[in-house]
Design a protein around this ligand. Structure first.
Ligand SMILES: NC(=O)c1ccc[n+]([C@@H]2O[C@H](COP(=O)([O-])OP(=O)(O)OC[C@H]3O[C@@H](n4cnc5c(N)ncnc54)[C@H](OP(=O)(O)O)[C@@H]3O)[C@@H](O)[C@H]2O)c1
Length: 318
C-alpha cells in the first residue's frame, strides 16, 4: 500500500522533529517544510528513515508553491508558531493569516485531515496579543475547514524544548530567580512524545471531537516546576517575587534581545492559568491519558546542568 503523505509546516521545531521520527517509523511519508534548508536541513534529514522524508524550502506565504504541496498531500499538519514578534514575523501573520491560507487550500484540495496546533489557556487572556492571535487562528481554521482538528496543548517539554532547557540554563547561572504572580500560574506539562503519539492516532483514526485540550498527568504551579528543576539539577536558589510593573520594565529591555528571554506580552499571558477551559474535551476525556511524568522525564536529560555533568552523583537537596 502506498504510504500516506503527511505535509508538515513548522517541521523543524520541537514537535515537528519528534513527529517526523514517529510518523516515518510508522511508515507514513512526510514532506517537511522549512524556511531555511541550510540552517534546518541537517536537523530534519537525520530524523527519518531514507525514502520517507522530503524536505522543501519555501516562504510559507508563497501560495503557489504551498498549493502545489497541498495538492500532493493526504494529511496536513500546521506546527508553525512564534512566542514573540520580529518585523513581519508577527502574531497576525503567523497565527492567523498563514493558518487561514492553508486551511482554505486544504479545503479546496479535499485534504483528508488537517491538524492545527493552537494553545491552552488562551480563552480568557484577551489582553495578550499571542493569545488573541491563536484564538483567531482557531476561528479561521474552523471556518475554512469544518472538520479541522485543533489541538490546544499546555506547555510541552522534552530534551529539544525551549522551556525546561532554558529554565535550567538560567537556574544554573543566577543565584536569584524572579517569580511573576508569586509563581502561582498553573500548568499541566506534557511530554513531546505524548502529543506526537496523539497526532499519529488522530491521523490513523477518526474522532468526533475536533477541538482537544491536551494536558499532562500533573497540575503544577510555575513555582513547583522551578522547584522540581532545582531539585533535579541539585541547586538552591533564592526566589524573588517581582511586582508586575517592575516585570514590565525588565521585559521592555529583555524583549529587545535577538531571542528574548521574556516579553511584555508573555508577562500578560502568565497571569492566566494554563489548564483546561472546560469548554472542550481533553485528551483524558477521549481516553488518551498521557502517562509520562515531568520529573522522571526531565531527569533523563538534566545532567547537562549539574555541576559534574553526566557523572554527577545524587545529592540530597531539599
Ligand atoms: N512547545 C510548547 O510548549 C507549545 C505549547 C502550546 C502550543 N504550542 C504550539 O505548537 C506548535 C509547535 O510548537 P513547537 O514547540 O514545535 O514550536 P517551535 O519549536 O518553536 O517551532 C516552530 C516552528 O515554526 C516555524 N516558523 C516560525 N516562524 C516561521 C515563519 N515566519 N515562517 C515559516 N516557519 C516559521 C519554524 O520553522 P522553520 O524555522 O524551519 O521555518 C519552527 O519549526 C506551535 O504552533 C506552538 O504555538 C507549543
Amino acid at each position: 500500500m502506498k504510504p500516506k503523505n503527511c505535509l508538515i509546516f513548522g517541521a523543524s521545531g520541537q514537535i515537528g522533529r519528534n513527529l517526523i521520527r514517529g510518523l516515518t517509523q510508522k511508515n507514513l511519508k512526510v514532506t517537511a517544510v522549512t524556511r531555511n534548508l541550510h540552517q534546518k536541513g541537517y536537523i530534519l534529514k537525520t530524523q527519518a528513515n531514507p525514502g520517507y522524508l522530503d524536505i522543501v524550502e519555501t516562504n510559507i506565504f508563497d501560495s503557489d508553491k504551498i498549493e502545489n504541496l497541498i495538492k500532493k498531500a493526504e494529511v496536513c499538519i500546521n506546527l508553525v508558531g512564534i512566542l514573540y514578534e520580529k518585523g513581519s514575523n508577527n502574531f497576525k501573520n503567523i497565527h492567523e493569516k498563514f493558518p487561514s491560507m492553508i486551511s482554505s487550500l486544504c479545503h479546496k484540495h479535499k485534504i483528508n485531515k488537517f491538524i492545527h496546533l493552537s494553545a491552552l489557556g488562551i480563552e480568557n487572556a484577551n489582553d495578550s496579543k499571542y493569545a488573541a492571535s491563536k484564538l483567531n487562528g482557531e476561528i479561521v481554521v474552523r471556518k475554512n475547514f469544518k472538520d479541522a482538528i485543533i489541538l490546544k496543548p499546555s506547555i510541552i517539554y522534552s530534551v529539544d524544548d525551549n522551556f525546561t532547557t532554558m529554565l535550567m540554563g538560567l537556574l544554573n547561572l543566577s543565584p536569584f530567580f524572579p517569580l511573576y504572580y508569586d509563581g502561582k500560574t498553573k500548568f499541566m506539562p506534557l511530554h513531546c512524545t505524548d502529543i506526537c503519539n496523539l497526532i499519529f492516532d488522530l491521523i490513523e483514526n477518526d474522532i468526533d471531537d475536533k477541538i482537544i485540550e491536551c494536558i499532562g498527568p500533573e497540575e503544577l504551579t510555575f513555582k513547583q516546576i522551578i522547584e522540581k528543576l532545582l531539585k533535579l539539577i541539585e541547586k538552591k536558589r533564592f526566589f524573588v517575587p517581582i511586582p508586575i510593573f517592575v516585570a514590565n520594565i525588565m521585559a521592555t529591555f529583555l524583549q529587545m534581545l535577538p531571542k528574548p528571554l521574556i516579553t511584555r506580552d508573555q508577562i500578560k499571558l502568565l497571569f492566566y492559568d494554563n489548564i483546561p477551559s472546560g469548554k472542550y474535551k481533553t485528551n483524558v476525556d477521549i481516553g488518551k491519558q498521557f502517562g509520562l511524568n515531568f520529573e522522571e522525564e526531565v531527569e533523563k536529560y538534566c545532567y547537562m546542568w549539574k555541576e559534574t555533568g553526566e557523572y554527577a552523583k545524587k545529592k540530597n537537596v531539599s
